[in-house]
Design a protein around this ligand. Structure first.
Ligand SMILES: Nc1nc2c(c(=O)[nH]1)N[C@H]1C(S)=C(S)[C@@H](COP(=O)(O)O)O[C@H]1N2
Ligand SMILES: [Mo]
Length: 566
């Protein structure tokens, strides 16, 4: 094949143009304009991984140090009562270096499934060893066993996955195998027979409870609640695509709109269990929940800990649940027992609960104090203080379009079939869902009959044939008004924050509209069909002209010429 073979000299990198266009922006040098001349500062380079074997060996036998805590609790290491264990794990983690996080926020997102492997997390578990060694494998096997084959795996370990759009709102109650999963560590495998949790701290009579104790209806009235759980990272991908951000969980969960699910939970109110312990003492104001999984943050190993205020518990809005949609709680969702905090972000609904402690102040554990914070927009990486962030509890009103998808071409008869969800935190509920096809200038109200039933603590799914006369690129937008008349910011820029949480702005998608109720369009589409030529993709040039030369000449015969006469 003849071609151009002549080589050329250049000092540019092959991807120079992409770098200059911000498409590989991690490679961009930082500009220092503080002096008279602008200087460029080279980005961090990650060198060879290092490892101090002597220091790691000196920590001791890992199988003994990090041994199984209790009979029947596979993969559980208790960290919180053992500062010496934490110190040993810290020593191991700081005596070596680990590969950097994969860069996908300032570069392309991998086209793989799982999207991200979680290499560092797997290594941390293997390096600490002992009871944690098997966990990454065991956890992935549980994903394969308990989740739907079509889940979108965002991170293999710790496992994070969401259902594909077509299944997110397919049912008003999310089937268990399609409910999103957000894990910060591995899945502990706990036998029901060996299970109990302890309620201690500032309570009158600290006690431990087995599942049989909790299920004894003569002691605790059983409750069943339909409730939506939403991760505060839901729809984070819109923020990432706008501006990259940070936050420890960002590299783990580039969520789309599926980190939300609705289930019927059976259990008891935590308030009754606290009563059974004689109530709170000494001005206890918060309840701290301990999950049996291991979380790593800043080279420290710990359990998954968060807290909620007593006022929330007192209102009977915090459940201890063992059943999900009429089935035993799946292992991946917290078996044998999880917390369900109605109307709060998912992060507070602790899975694999092993302890509840009554405390004076909100927990200082990193998940609460360093993560799940909503920072002001103008606070950046270099001067980020934990106290600058609002701790996220109730989610604001939000909504999302599940069909069609952005960049999709839609052939329709004058209206575009749309589907999605709407939700508001804190026990508020969607009252009105509106759609726009012109970027948010004019709005159509979704008829109430097209919304699923109104319930406190729950989302509403909706569908609507959105009128759309025009053709070409249109921007479909959804917004919701909740019962307090709260609504959503118009643009993602308005809700953008460094931790990429709470994407509450209106969900916007670009759709290429082809309106077949227009005679000309219908004739053209018929032609495509007769010729057996697929209509898409829209970027492919037309295979046959839309106007003959005869028609073109006829036009000019009838009209003024292109340039006006003197
Ligand atoms: N023990 C424990 N509980 C946890 C988590 C976790 O990593 N460990 N993740 C939390 C977060 S951030 C969310 S959004 C919800 C998700 O619940 P699901 O995985 O059952 O959907 O669980 C919460 N409870
Ligand atoms: Mo979450």
């Amino acid at each position: 094949m003849p071609g151009i073979t002549q080589k050329f000299e250049t000092s540019n990198r092959p991807d120079e143009w992409k770098i200059e266009q911000g498409m590989v922006a991690a490679e961009l040098p930082v500009l220092d304009m503080t002096g008279p001349e602008t200087k460029t500062l080279a980005p961090q380079v990650f060198g060879e991984l290092t490892r101090d074997d002597e220091a790691i060996k000196a920590v001791g036998n890992r199988d003994e140090l990090f041994t199984r805590e209790r009979k029947g609790w596979v993969g559980f290491v208790e960290w919180e009562n053992y500062p010496e264990k934490k110190a040993a794990a810290h020593k191991i983690l700081t005596s070596q270096t680990f590969p950097p996080n994969p860069e996908f926020q300032l570069g392309p997102i991998p086209a793989t499934n799982p999207v991200l492997p979680g290499t560092r997390w797997k290594m941390w578990h293997h390096e600490v060893g002992g009871e944690l060694t098997q966990i990454p494998d065991d956890s992935w096997n549980l994903v394969l066993k308990e989740k739907h084959q079509d889940m979108l795996h965002l991170l293999q370990f710790p496992y994070n996955g969401e259902p594909p759009k077509r299944l997110v709102t397919d049912k008003v109650i999310t089937p268990n195998n399609l409910h999103f999963v957000r894990n910060h560590g591995g899945i502990p495998i706990i036998d029901k027979e060996d299970y109990s949790f302890v309620l201690d701290g500032l309570v009158k009579n600290p006690q431990s409870f087995t599942l049989d104790d909790l299920m004894d209806e003569s002691r605790f009235p059983r409750v069943e609640k339909l409730a939506t759980i939403q991760c505060s990272g839901t729809r984070r991908i819109e923020q990432i695509l706008k501006y990259p951000g940070q936050g420890d969980e960002v590299p783990q969960a580039p969520w789309a709109e599926g980190a939300i699910g609705t289930a019927s939970w059976v259990g008891i109110s935590l308030k009754k269990v606290i009563k059974a312990c004689g109530g709170l003492v000494d001005g206890a104001e918060h309840l701290e929940f301990y999950g049996a999984d291991t979380y790593f943050k800043d080279d420290e190993a710990m359990n998954y800990l968060v807290s909620v205020p007593w006022s929330k518990v007192k209102a009977n809005e915090v459940l201890l649940a063992w059943e999900m949609n009429g089935e035993v709680l799946p292992r991946i969702h917290g078996y044998p027992l999880r917390v369900v905090v109605l109307g709060y972000i998912g992060a507070r609904s602790v899975k694999w609960l092993y302890r509840i402690k009554a405390i004076k102040n909100p927990t200082r554990a990193p998940v609460q104090s360093k993560e799940y914070l909503y920072f002001p927009q103008q606070v950046g990486k270099h001067n980020l203080r934990m106290s600058d962030g609002i701790q996220i509890q109730e989610m604001p009103v939000s909504s999302a379009i599940m069909s069609p998808w952005t960049k999709q071409a839609v052939i329709h008869n004058g209206s575009i079939r749309c589907k999605g969800w709407a939700y508001s935190g804190g026990g508020r509920w969607p009252e009105r869902v509106e759609l726009s096809m012109d970027g948010g200038f004019n709005w159509y109200t979704v008829p109430l009959d097209n919304l699923s039933e109104k319930r406190k603590w729950c989302w509403r799914t909706w569908e609507y044939d959105l009128p759309c006369d025009v053709e070409g690129w249109v921007e479909i937008v959804v917004r919701c008004w909740d019962n307090s008349l709260n609504t959503q910011p118009s643009e993602v820029r308005t809700s953008w924050n460094w931790g990429l949480h709470v994407t509450s702005s209106c969900h916007r998608i670009s759709v290429y509209s082809v309106n077949k109720s227009r005679p000309l369009t219908k004739a053209r589409l018929d032609e495509f069909e007769q010729k057996g030529i697929p209509f898409g993709p829209i970027t492919v040039p037309l295979a046959f002209p839309s106007q003959s030369w005869e028609e073109y000449e006829a036009f000019w015969a009838k009209h003024d010429p292109r340039d006006a006469r003197e």
